[in-house]
Write a protein that binds this ligand. Structure first.
Ligand code: ADP
Ligand code: MG
Length: 255
């Protein structure tokens, strides 16, 4: 099949999948709410009023968990199929990284993860969708955390500028990625984790590409993984999309 026809077919399939996901969303939502109610009602029954109360309750809880998971998968897929519009503003990559890490601080210390950070000495101005960029970083940091399998758990995060471009690097000393998996990890729904969704990295890649950036990965099995996200400076980003961006941005506190 010629390349253009193949591409059209893939695009059509994508639209069908997104439509299907939308169709499933409402009934799934009812199912989710009903499962919640059922679980509540069962747990409030007086002890021994129904002989199989415990069995019923554990069935209801299992259903609730499955519907919750389906809901998450569906929302993730819809987000991927129809990425939200970019809400651009002038931001400092250092601050974005710092705030994302602050969000994870408690979780990291609870799990015994040593976090080591190194920030570029001066601000790194980007034109970015702050919420989306934080989402991407969060996904990468959670992957790093989930990969940690050693007694000493370390995640290093640094920012800098290299080759005239700002970057953020996330390094873990976890299990690493087997060679055979490396080409697959960005594919939607690819996961090696028992409770994984396989959505994290496909969304990360989408967000980074929308920001005109690149993502690269180095990994050694058994030793750890380093992910580097490189992004254009504000001026470079403007040059990449001439005429398509607002010339003046509203003033921000961090400008
Ligand atoms: N830092 C990492 N170390 C080891 N494996 C990783 C790392 N990041 C991603 N992976 C691999 O890539 C897969 C896909 O990641 P992702 O798209 O975030 O989905 P999920 O986290 O739901 O599995 C993971 O299941 C894991 O096998
Ligand atoms: Mg993930």
């Amino acid at each position: 099949m010629p390349a253009t026809r193949t591409r059209k077919k893939v695009a059509d399939l994508g639209a069908v999948a997104a439509g299907l996901a939308h169709e499933i969303r409402n009934p799934l939502n009812s199912l989710y709410i009903n499962s919640q109610l059922l679980e509540e009602m069962l747990s409030e029954l007086p002890e021994r009023s129904v002989p199989q109360k415990d069995d019923l309750l554990s069935l209801a809880r299992a259903n609730l968990k499955v519907t919750q998971r389906l809901n998450d998968t569906l929302s993730g897929f819809l987000r991927f199929a129809r990425p939200p519009a970019m809400d651009l503003s002038l931001v400092d990559l250092n601050r974005i990284v710092e705030e994302t890490l602050r969000f994870l601080e408690v979780d990291f210390s609870y799990h015994g993860v040593a976090l080591k950070t190194r920030y570029h000495a001066s601000p790194l101005p980007l034109l970015a969708d702050e919420k989306q960029l934080k989402q991407a970083l969060l996904n990468l940091l959670l992957n790093a955390e989930e990969a940690l399998d050693k007694e000493e758990k370390v995640i290093r995060v640094s920012t800098g500028a290299r080759g005239g471009r700002p970057f953020v690097r996330i390094q873990d000393n976890g299990r690493g990625i087997p060679r055979a998996d490396r080409r697959q990890i960005f594919r939607i729904f690819f996961t090696t984790r028992k409770n994984g969704s396989g959505l994290g990295l496909s969304i990360v890649r989408q967000i980074i590409h929308q920001h005109g950036g690149t993502i690269s990965l180095r990994s050694r099995e058994g030793h750890g993984t380093t992910v580097t996200v490189s992004l254009p400076f504000e001026a470079q980003f403007r040059a990449m999309y001439p005429g398509r961006l607002p010339l003046a941005l509203p003033p921000r506190a961090d400008r």
